[in-house]
Ligand binder design. Structure first.
Ligand SMILES: Cc1ncc(COP(=O)(O)O)c(C=O)c1O
Length: 404
């Protein structure tokens, strides 16, 4: 049978379906039992940083110009200054001309980077892309679009919700184009240690694939700032080869609508990605670049955002008290709660919507089913603690009252 567009669509649809579309289908026809509280979508509700309006206004006329794909110097400088402040290993190392490229949000880069990543390994006849499981859907979409087989790496409770790097078959590593690694992870909030990151970096170099470190939640944490892949590479090996970090203003600065992020790391790949982007990817609009430069230069609004999420996790500590396997995550703003005692994630999502108007996302919608014990996502639900502390308290209290 020849391939048709419809075949491709079917195969893609089987691999990646929007978790939110699936949730809508699950809850269609079910009325919420109370005024809805939506914990399903990870959309920050932190106050708009005060400089956004004025900077945008000042540079409004620049919407009339095509922006440079590699970003204006002010943005690249602000990003590099931020990297050097956040990761002392970078002081004096990171170069605005060779280490960074702006992105229209990290998702766009996580997708488009797979093409030059695939192109740098023309020797691979049957390439694979390594993806944690559960996973952020764009990783699988990228693998599929680049004609590489997505290989899902179980990331369950027994390995601290990160893939077991020692368990990956060497032959698979040899066929790998890239490993996506999310830390702090969505949905579990697991943070990769420097030792873990170093192991991933050494594997990437030994087998010549790229480590794509998705670090868009790195600025949301309770105590210690999560280690970064680039700083680990620089600190432990004195090189950024094979390592790329994806960053975003969506979570750090509460600006998901700005669509602004960056990729930084291996200058050889950044150069190739820059050439690819120059013909294939959208530029970041100039006024958005100016706002982004201001956002990377400012930490006060980020401190306020961290305090906002800390207050929500304080509420979760007090209300959940260890129920549903809850432990305060190391980073990010999600709860990943075990609903095995309530019929699993889908059943619990329906129970909670119907019983108390609380919308949560079944973990199975973020997990590729691998059969047997790999299906741990089935048991879980994800909650994004993106509302104010009062709404968070109300929502979590409703959940406890409904399930108890
Ligand atoms: C794990 C992860 N990576 C990347 C993104 C993309 O973020 P953005 O494109 O807004 O930077 C998200 C957004 O929810 C995410 O959860």
């Amino acid at each position: 049978m020849s391939h048709t567009e419809a075949d491709t669509g079917t195969a893609l649809d089987a691999l990646i379906r929007s978790p939110f579309a699936r949730l809508n289908t699950l809850l269609a026809g079910t009325q919420p039992g109370a005024d809805p509280i939506l914990f399903s979508l990870g959309e920050p509700n932190t106050p708009l940083p005060p400089f956004v309006g004025p900077v945008l206004q000042e540079h409004l006329a620049a919407f009339g110009k095509y922006p440079p794909i590699r970003g204006i110097p002010a943005l690249r400088d602000a990003i590099c200054d931020w990297l050097a402040r956040r990761y002392p290993e970078f002081e004096g190392i990171v170069d605005p001309n060779s280490h960074v490229l702006p992105l229209n949000g990290s998702r766009e880069g996580l997708f488009s980077a797979i093409f030059p990543a695939r192109a740098r390994r023309p020797d691979l006849a049957d390439p694979v892309v390594l993806i944690p499981n559960p996973f952020y859907q764009v990783y699988a979409a990228a693998a599929a679009a680049a004609g590489a087989e997505p290989v899902f790496l179980r990331s369950g409770p027994e390995t601290g919700f990160l893939p077991d790097l020692d368990a990956i078959d060497g032959r698979l590593l040899d066929r790998s184009v890239a490993l996506y690694l999310c830390s702090p992870s969505n949905p579990e909030g697991a943070v990769a240690s420097p030792g873990y990151l170093e192991k991933a970096i050494r594997l990437a170099r030994a087998h010549d694939f790229l480590l794509f470190a998705d670090e868009c939640y790195s600025e949301i944490y309770t105590d210690a700032p999560p280690p970064g892949a680039l700083a680990t590479a620089q600190g432990a090996t004195g090189s950024l080869a094979n390592v790329l970090s994806f960053q975003s203003l969506s979570k750090r600065s509460g600006l998901p609508g700005l669509r602004s992020g960056f990729i930084a790391g291996d200058p050889v790949f950044i150069e190739a990605f820059g050439r690819f982007r120059n013909v294939a990817c959208p530029q970041v609009p100039l006024p958005i670049q100016y706002v982004s430069a201001a956002a990377w230069a400012d930490e006060a609004h980020v401190e306020r955002a961290r305090a906002f999420y800390r207050a929500n996790f304080d509420v979760a500590d007090a209300v959940l008290q260890g129920r549903y396997g809850y432990a305060r995550p190391d980073g990010g703003f999600f709860l990943w709660l075990n609903m095995a005692d309530f019929g699993g994630g889908e059943r619990a999502a329906k129970t909670l919507w119907k019983g108390c108007g609380v919308k949560v996302l079944p973990g199975t919608y973020l997990t590729k089913s691998q059969g047997g014990r790999a299906d741990h996502g089935l048991d879980f639900v994800r909650l994004a603690l993106v509302h104010d502390a009062e709404t968070t308290r109300e929502g979590l209290a409703r959940i406890v009252a409904t399930l108890d």
